[in-house]
Each structure stands twice: as C-alpha cells, then as structure tokens.
Design a protein around this ligand. Structure first.
Ligand SMILES: NC(=O)C1=CN([C@@H]2O[C@H](COP(=O)(O)OP(=O)(O)OC[C@H]3O[C@@H](n4cnc5c(N)ncnc54)[C@H](O)[C@@H]3O)[C@@H](O)[C@H]2O)C=CC1
Ligand SMILES: O=C(O)CCC(=O)C(=O)O
Length: 528
C-alpha cells in the first residue's frame, strides 16, 4: 500500500487528493527523532514550514520518492541530501504569492499607523490619540529587495497607493524594472534613500545577515523595515537595538532565524515601533487551499509515475518539458543504456551530441536522461532524473554537450552518445521517427536501423561468409529465439556490426560460444 505522511497541518483539499492514490497519515508536531523512526514506511512526505527535513531523516527514508513543500521556501529541506538519494522535492511557487504580498503590505500599514499598539492600548482601557499619530505611505519611497513574484505584487499595489518604487535585485533586468515603473538601485543606495524597505528574497549563504547593524545604521531615522521573506536575512539582535535606540523608526517581522521565536529573543523586549507576527505570510484560507492542492496533485502524479510540474531539484525538467520531449528523453535513456552496456566498464567521459533538429531541444533534460540510462546499468532503480547528474559527477564522469544544428541526417535530427572508458570507446546514434518510434541508426559509426527491444546482442566482427550463420546456430543450440537481425558495414569484407533482437535473455554460456566463433571481435548482450 502506498503511504503518504503529512507532518504539518495542510488544507483538507490536499488530503482528499492524496487519498485518491495512497493511505494518508496526518501526524503533525512529530519530534525529529520520531519522524526519523517512522519515515522508512512512507513513499511521500508532505510538509509546510513546521517540519525540518534533515539529511539524517532522508537517510532513514528507504522508500521515500517525493517531498512536497506546501509553500515556496524549501530551506527547511536538505535538498542536496534529497537529490543524492534520488528523492524529488516539489513546492508550490505561486500558491501563496498574493497572501505573502498582502501580509507584507499589512505589516507596512500596521507600522505606519501603529495599528497593533493603538489596538492594545485601546483594549487596555485607553483612548490615546496623540501617541499614535502616523504617516501616510502616499508619495513615500518604498525599497523592494527581491523583485520576484511576491516583491512584484507588493510593488504593483504600492504603486497604485501612490508610493515611489525603488528596488534591488541583481537578477532583474533594467527593462523589466522600467516596465514595472521601478527604479533599480544598488543595495546601499536603496537602504539610504527608502522610507520603507520590504524584503522578498530567499535566504541563501549570500543573503544571511544581509541586513546587519552596519546596514541598519545607513537607513533614515524615519525609515521602517519589513521582513516577510525569511528569518536569518536580518540580524535580529541588531534590529532590536536599532528600533529600541531610534536608529530607525520601526520594523515588522513575520519570519525569524529560528522558529518558533525563542521566549528570550531580544525582539520580545522591544515594546514600541516593532510588530511581530508568527510566520503568517501564507496563512490565508485561499493560499492554504492553493498550495495544498498544488503540492498534493504533484505528489499524486509522481506516485502514479507521472512528472511533477514544480520540481525543485530537477532544473529545467518540469511536466511540460517532459511531455513535449517524451520520446526524445526515452531515446536518450535507451542510448545511455546501450552505450554503457557496450562499454562494459566504468565510463570516464560521455559526449552528448544533439544533431540537426535535435539541437533545437533543451540540452539539459536530454543529458540527464542519457546519464540516467547510462548509470542505471550499474545502479538499477536507485538512479533517476533527480540524482543522475550528481551521481555522474560523484563518479568523476566528464560530460560534454555538443550541438551540431547543421547536421542533416534525419528530418527530426539525431542524438549521438559517445563513451570513453578504460576498455575503449563506443558510440551509438538514434533518432525519433515521425510516428514517435525510436531507432538506433548507428553503432560505433556503422549504419544500422534497429528498433530497440528488451533483449539484444551486439557483435563486432569480420565481414566474411558463414559468420552470421554460425551465430544463428549457436543461438538456436541455446534455445534463444531471434526476432530480428541487422548487419551494418562500411566496406565489403572489412569490419561489421550485427544487432540481434532476441525473445530471450542471453545466458553466459551462450556468450562464451559466440566469443569463440572465428572472426568475432566483440559481443555484448544488452538488456533494456
Ligand atoms: N512569510 C511567508 O509566509 C512567506 C515567505 N515567502 C518567502 O518569500 C521569499 C520570496 O518569494 P517569491 O517572491 O515567491 O520568490 P521569487 O523566487 O519569485 O523571488 C525571489 C527574488 O529574490 C531575488 N534575489 C535572489 N537573491 C537576491 C539577493 N541576494 N538580493 C536581492 N534579490 C535577490 C531573485 O532574483 C528573485 O527575483 C522567499 O524567501 C519565500 O520563501 C514566501 C511565501 C510565504
Ligand atoms: O507554510 C507556511 O505557512 C509558510 C509559507 C512560507 O514561508 C513559504 O511558502 O515559503
């Protein structure tokens, strides 16, 4: 029975989708050691930000195929460890964009009009209209750090509110910024000029403690900071001090370096001009339904053997690409299996050559498929689209990608894999014909026209009378039935290759007899 563990609260719509294909166990608030103990039973894990999936947990996850993060940030998942283990990580890149953007705007308005503090004072019996005089956002400068999906929505709404938009995002082009009516500035200038600063960038080694005491000191004393992105981007102790001492006019945080926020955090001692929420950015009914459906559908699809649309650890290979390139990926995988079985040993270099029309396809998915096929000969089912590139790298396999658009061999182009190993070099070429059928079109540069089948035998031999008959007799003596046969040669009575498609696997004793035939140079059984 396929089993899915849901270890954080998610919307019922997600549970309903998962229940179509699996037994769903909802067990929230598990301590890490307990999660580690039970994870081995599960095929899929669905989480929000409450569960931290460490390498230790992934190590114990013997059956796990997919981790679904019902949200954007996957910083609570050890993605490299998952990749190494071949576990797919998926998220919901857009399901909570509006919710997070609106929460950042809510925090900005809370700061400018002192809403939380005025509310607390009124609830405590007060009627204080002097202390809580605010400022308008209209005509103020808003600095957006990270102009991605959430940052862009914040920018759009803030522009409509009459704010002047500044942004810092090293990955956004000046054209895009101009289109959004946003002035791109270096980070230091943005911090010095803005009246409000809102952070919408991921936490990475580059962005950790990006907003530190020194940067806070460059802000205007009237300026305010909002962080609804990730904890750890802002130095919390430095921020508490800057707000307390009036270095800046205020700050609002939804996310913290360590969550839940520690009871003794210096942030909890700041009484005024600081607004804290407990990671509520994505907590709207709408966003929770969106992300739960989005991620549950991907888990369901992957458990059914279909591709995921938002895989974090298969760059460039989403469901759309996989559907479009399906036969081409199958060809790359098949050629990978062929070339590794022809090589018969550890391959040190693989050249992936996209010829003619093939060169118009994205290279990366085809390379990954070729590596998956190539490594599956030795590693079996443990190799997949997630870990193929990493495994190849770990094994020191040098991968070369070549695009040769000028080649005109087949209408749809062709794909050639060439391997180098201590036992010699081999190459196989294949094409996808108009009917979607795969063909092997050359082996070691000898032209053939072979439809790949489950059991095959490849030989390299002298082109001389009688040799094909002898091979046929040996197979017959071992009760191995030949389904089809192809011979390829470049010159008469020179070297030749033969490809036999067989109905049965080749026993080792048969292979020894084939090797013993006079004129046979190489014989390789292949199983696809
Ligand atoms: N508080 C909450 O509940 C939520 C928080 N988030 C967080 O919000 C953040 C942004 O999410 P999205 O907009 O969906 O992501 P996104 O990927 O669409 O945008 C991130 C932007 O940050 C930019 N960026 C990367 N490194 C940068 C750097 N060093 N300096 C400046 N910009 C940099 C990227 O170019 C990109 O444009 C993420 O960290 C995400 O985890 C997302 C949803 C809810
Ligand atoms: O699951 C949540 O509520 C957190 C959302 C979040 O931070 C994200 O999607 O990155």
């Amino acid at each position: 029975m396929t089993k899915v563990l849901v270890s954080d609260p998610i919307d019922q719509a997600g549970i309903d989708i998962l229940s179509q294909v699996a037994q769903v166990d909802l067990r929230t608030g598990l301590p890490p050691e307990q999660l580690r103990e039970i994870i081995g039973d599960y095929d899929a894990l669905m989480i929000r930000s409450g569960t931290t999936v460490t390498a230790d947990i992934i190590e114990a996850a013997d059956k796990l195929r997919i981790i679904g993060r019902a949200g954007v940030g996957v910083d609570n998942v050890d993605v490299p460890a998952a990749t190494k283990r071949g576990v797919l990580v998926v998220n919901s890149p857009e399901g909570n964009t509006i919710a997070a953007a609106e929460h950042a705007l809510a925090l900005m308005l809370s700061l400018s009009r002192h809403v939380p503090h005025a509310h607390a004072s009124t609830m405590a019996g007060g009627w204080d209209r002097k202390t809580y005089v605010g400022n308008e956002l209209y005509k103020k400068k808003l600095g957006v750090v990270g102009l991605g999906k959430i940052g862009s929505h914040v920018a759009r709404v803030a522009t409509a509110m009459g704010m002047e938009l500044l942004a810092y995002d090293p990955f956004v082009s000046p054209e895009r910024a101009q289109q959004m009516q946003v002035k791109l500035l270096p980070l230091a200038e943005l911090f010095a000029e803005a009246d409000y600063i809102t952070l919408h960038l991921p936490r990475t080694p580059d962005t950790e403690n990006l907003v530190n005491a020194a940067l806070l000191r460059t802000m205007k004393p009237t300026a305010r900071l909002v962080n609804c992105a990730r904890g750890g981007i802002v130095d919390e102790a430095a921020l508490a001090e800057a707000v307390e001492q009036g270095v800046i006019a205020g700050a609002a945080l939804d996310v913290y370096a360590k969550e839940p926020l520690a009871a003794d955090s210096p942030l909890r001692t700041v009484r005024e001009r600081l607004v804290l929420t407990p990671h509520l950015g994505a907590s709207t009914t709408e966003a929770q339904e969106n992300v739960a459906i989005d991620v549950a559908e991907q888990i369901r699809d992957v458990l059914l053997g279909l591709p995921a649309r938002s895989a974090v650890n298969i760059p460039g290979l989403n469901a759309e690409v996989m559907e479009q390139l399906k036969p081409h990926l199958q060809l790359a995988e098949t050629l990978g299996q062929l070339v590794s079985q022809l090589a018969g040993g550890a391959i040190s270099e693989l050249e992936v050559r996209l010829q003619g029309e093939f060169a118009s396809h994205p290279t990366q998915p085809l390379v990954v498929a070729a590596l998956k096929g190539m490594l599956s000969t030795a590693l079996g089912d443990s190799i997949n689209y997630v870990n193929a590139s990493l495994e190849a790298k770990d094994r020191g396999i040098h991968v070369l990608e070549v695009k040769d658009a000028a080649s005109r061999d087949y209408a749809g182009g062709s794909l050639q894999l060439s391997s180098r190993s201590s036992k010699g070099n081999h190459s196989v070429t294949g094409a996808v014909f108009a009917d979607g059928e795969l063909r092997v079109t050359s082996i070691d540069e000898f032209p053939v026209n072979v439809t790949p089948s489950r059991h095959m035998l490849f030989t390299r031999h002298r082109d001389m009378p009688g040799i094909i008959g002898q091979i046929g007799s040996v197979l017959g003596e071992h009760n191995v039935n030949i389904a089809s046969m192809q011979v390829g040669r470049r010159i008469v009575r020179g070297d030749a290759v033969m490809v036999l498609s067989l109905d049965d696997p080749i026993p080792p004793s048969l292979l020894a007899c084939v090797h013993a035939i006079n004129g046979i140079q190489e014989a390789h059984p292949v199983t696809l």
